[in-house]
Every structure is written in structure tokens, then in C-alpha cells.
Write a protein that binds this ligand. Sequence first.
Ligand SMILES: [Zn+2]
Ligand SMILES: [Zn+2]
Length: 388
Amino acid sequence: MLSNFRFMLNPTGNYFYQLIDPDICFDWDTIEKVLVSSSEVEACSICLYPPVAGRVTRCGHVFCLPCILHYLESSEKSWQKCPVCCDSICEKDIKPIKITAGHSIKEGDLINLVLVQRVHQSTLAFPISETWPLPENVVSNYIKPDISFIPWSSTPFAQSFARFMLASPDYLLSEYDRDCKELEEALLNATDRESAEEIRFIKKSKDRVDEERKRAESQKTEEIMLALSTLDIMFEAIVKYNKKHKNKQHPQKQDDNNCLRKLGEKENNKKHQQHDSLTDFYFYQKDDGQHVYLDPLDIRILKHEFGKYDQFPHCLQAQVDLKDIVSSTTLQAFSSELNARSKRREAKEKQIESMRKQQPTCAEGGVIPDINHQLNNREEQLTQSKLS
Ligand SMILES: [Zn+2]
Ligand SMILES: [Zn+2]
């Protein structure tokens, strides 16, 4: 559960080790906000409705702020057992959570995938775009050489793709505003229902949000505001630099046909080719940052066609016919594996079909969670990319 969370952290902390090693955890006290996709979490574990001023516990369970405060108060101790997993919960440890839009993927959906580049010896991975990879000569004007670049909540793509980022105080304040609106709406409903108990905990929640707001306000120090404005200026300079040096290599925004045609054009930019170092890492991920990745066999076919990862199309659709992108010679080279995959898919579809017949109520309108016939999980894909 926690592995699907992404974190906005207190900007005064040092996260150098977490930047290079994804297995190093964050100190819970440094977390300002947790981000998770709605495909992972949809409801409060107590009232089962979409969370009002959502909060998350250390054990990773999500609740409305009024629901969890109500629940915590039912204990005489300073802590209470989590109603889901029985871990201990303390009021001071509950953190704001943002549930970002994420769609569950159904069989047959067309999925846009973007080419993501992960930098050598870093957990930083973003879609190749106007702002990524960062040109070192531009960045060195804004960041001291001995300091690592850590994205902020306002860094392009950070909120969808970064495992962690620094929380800008203004962003946190806007999120507390959202909490307040949700609580006000809940208060109106509770007043209509004349539910005194509910009203009490909604008011208690508003007090807590006010305290959290004050804390975010106090983080607007001169140093942090300067760092944020420097970041904005740096990204403007990066966009300008990349426009000048990369000659329209970013077809993501174009319509599909145009996009696919452009994708087939190989790039000749020598400068850009230098980025295909053996140490950087490339993979295709769903364009909204959900954990959906391209099948390893497709990666190998593209590698055969384009030679280097940084020559890969910057965007793809999961059901796209590779014939539009790669040559018949490349398809021929993979024909036996492609046939084997088709057979596996057919077998899997038959299996799913027979399961549907056996359990009509479960499958009706339901999501098929395993779409392995198109997309494999991240680990498998990454392993495959290492091998190819
Ligand atoms: Zn609730
Ligand atoms: Zn729990």
C-alpha cells in the first residue's frame, strides 16, 4: 500500500539518500502531504464515502478527518488501534492526503504511454519533454554543483511522476483551502440532519486544519520563497534552451495520426544522442503517472528498430499497431515471439471468458485487473529493459 504513495516533504529537510536509493524510507515527520491515485484509494475506511479532508495514517489507511478524529476520541489512551489493520494511530501522525484522478483500466481501453527517462544513480524519472532531461549547462547556472536537484511540487510532471518532492507552502495552503471547503459542505449536510455528534467533529477538524494552515504559512520564509522563484526562472530557461537545441522533438500534444507519423521519424540530433548513455534508464509509463508500463517484448521490438532508447518515440498508445512505427524486417525478427504472445493472449481471453460464464455476477461491468496481455508490471519491464 505505502509503496504506491508519493510524498510531498518539508523543504528544509535533506533527502540526498532517498534521491539515490528508492528503498530508503522517509522520516514520517518530514512528510507534509501524501499523494495517491484514486485507482488505489477511493473511500474512507470508516464511512466508506470519498474522504472529506482526507487524512492518512502511518499504516497507510485513509479516512475523512472528522471520521478519524471521532474514532481516536473513543479511546482513553493517547493512541488507538487502526480500524483496518490494528496498528497504533496517534493524532499527531495523521497526514493530509491528496487522491489524484486515476482511471481503472478496462480491457480494450486505449492507453497513452510516455517515454520516461530515469537518470543514472537517481530515483528521478520524468517523461522526456521540454523540461526533461535537464540540460546540465543550464542547471549549473541555478543550482550549486554539490547540491542535487530535488523536484518541488510545482516542478513540471512532479505531481504525477516524482516519488517525492518538496512541498511549496502556497501549494499546501491551497490544499488546506480545499479541506475547508469540503468540511463546510459536510457541516451543511450534518446541520440538515441535525447530527450534533457529526457537527462537533467537523468543527474539531476545521480547528485542526486552521492549525495546519498556520504551520504552512510559517514555512514561507525568505529562503524558501527565493528557492521557488529561482526554480521558476530555471525552468523557463530550460524550456528556452531545449526549444533552441532540440528542434521540436516533443510530439505528445499532437493528434494521434500526426503523433504516430512523427514517432516513426528518427532523430538525427547528435547532441541529443549523447544522452543515450548506458546508465540512464528508459521505460514507457501511462501519461498520468499510474503504474502501467509497456510490455517488455514491445520494448525489445522498439529497441531493435530505433537502436537507442533516447531515439524511441516519446509517446505511444498501448494498442497501437507497431506496424505503423517499425519496419517489416523488425517485425519479422520477432515473429515467433509475437505469435507466441498472441497465443498466450488468446488463451488468457478464453480463460477470462470461461471465468465470466462461471461467475456472471462478479464479472458484470467489472474491471479486469490483470491486463498482462498488453502491459506487464513494472518490475518485469525494468528487468527486461536491463537485459535488452
Ligand atoms: Zn469518513
Ligand atoms: Zn491501518
